[in-house]
Each structure stands twice: as C-alpha cells, then as structure tokens.
Design a protein around this ligand. Structure first.
Ligand code: TYD
Length: 202
C-alpha cells in the first residue's frame, strides 16, 4: 500500500474540519490525490444510526454504542480507506479509531484495551494523527459560535474533559499533538510542519 492515512482527532470544536480542508487543498496543489472522509461514516447503516442517536438526544447502552462505532468503522475501512490507500491516495479522515479509544474510553471502557483491540483486529494504522488539543469549554463555545447546537449525547463539558484526558494519555509514534488554542492560521502552520517533517509531504 503506497498511500498515506492522516487522521484529525480532538474534542468537538477544535477546528478539525476546517484544518482538514486546508490540508487537503495544500496537498492537492502539490499534486497528490486526496480523499476526504470521516467518521461516523455516513455511507454505513451503523454510521447513520449513530448520527440519528446523537441528534435525538437519547443515548443507547454503552455496549450498543461501541458496537455501532466498530461496525461503521469496518464499513469505512473496507469501502473508503483501503481502496484509496491501495491506489496510492492520501486519505484525510475527520476521526478514526482514536475517537473510540477516547470517547468510549471516557464512557467507562478500558481505553488501553480498546486501542489494543483495534490494532489486533487489523484496522490499518494511521501514518499520522493530528491531535488538535483545546480546552473542551473553549471547543464547545466554538461549536455554539458556528451556530450548531451541542449534541447532548457527546458534547457535555465534563464528559469532554474526560475524553481529552484519555487523548492526552495515548502514546503512539504516529501521534502529533497540535495546540489548537491559537488562530486558525497558526494551527494550519503547525499541521503543515508536522506533515512535512513526519511524512515529507509538503
Ligand atoms: P460528529 O457528528 O462527526 O461530530 P463532529 O462532526 O461534531 O466532530 O460525531 C459525533 C460524535 O461521535 C462526536 O462527538 C464524537 C463521537 N464519536 C465517538 O464517540 N466515537 C467514535 O468512534 C467516533 C468516530 C465519534
């Protein structure tokens, strides 16, 4: 597989989608084929179930939620990520398995086991994870500023504090912490530097 898998992670409101789009444009300008994608993967029935649940404000059992995230990820990997990597594209994904490690870890599952399980199940490991780090209070303020209503199932400050705490404990060589408190341009610059230094892409 010649492609590259670059993932954006972080609590809600850290600027993942803005930064993903900026990196996509820069990579395309440099001549790469870029595939933009994300999770929950809308092409999957399980992904649509998750979105419906989040919008309804009615949580399901944590075991069910975890099973749905795994199901949509298998669909996502099979339908989007693997084919793109096999033809040599650069895949930019808004969330991937570290979201399950951090969010479902914060729900009470053993996050280290979730990480090991993903690795042993054969999900392709990311080449680079850009962890956009921001105080969840500031992230939620941004979510509201852009006119979105915080999703009650996932976007409660005390819950997101735990999500962030898990993210910050993960240690993997592909993980790059990005301070997301600065201006969007300063975050873009940090992401470009990481892509260049770690993957030689820009
Ligand atoms: P989404 O609506 O894509 O959030 P946003 O676009 O606002 O980042 O995703 C819904 C929520 O799902 C998001 O708050 C994070 C959560 N989530 C998990 O709990 N586990 C996972 O594995 C993934 C991919 C997302």
């Amino acid at each position: 597989m010649n492609g590259r898998l670059i993932v954006f992670e972080g609590v809600d409101g850290t600027g993942k989608s803005t930064q993903l789009e900026r990196l996509a444009v820069a990579l395309e300008a440099a001549g790469y084929e870029v595939v933009r994608t994300g999770e929950p993967y809308a092409g999957s029935e399980a992904g649509r179930r998750i979105r419906g649940m989040a919008k309804s404000g009615k949580p399901v059992e944590p075991e069910t939620e975890l099973a749905w995230f795994l199901e949509q990820r298998r669909d996502h990997v099979r339908e989007v990520i693997l084919p793109a990597l096999e033809r040599g594209a650069i895949v930019l994904s808004d969330r991937y398995y570290l979201s399950t490690v951090a969010y479902q870890g914060a729900r009470g599952f053993d996050w280290e086991k979730l990480l090991r399980d993903h690795e042993s199940e054969g999900f392709p490991a990311p080449d680079l994870v850009l962890l956009l780090d921001l105080d969840p209070g500031a992230g939620l303020a941004r979510v509201k500023l852009r006119g979105d209503v915080a999703e009650p199932v996932f976007e409660e400050q005390h819950f997101l504090d735990r999500v962030r705490a898990v993210y910050l404990q993960i240690q993997r060589p592909y993980l790059q912490l990005i301070d997301a408190t600065g201006t969007p341009d300063s975050v873009t610059a940090a992401i470009r530097a990481a892509s260049s230094e770690r993957l030689g892409l820009l």
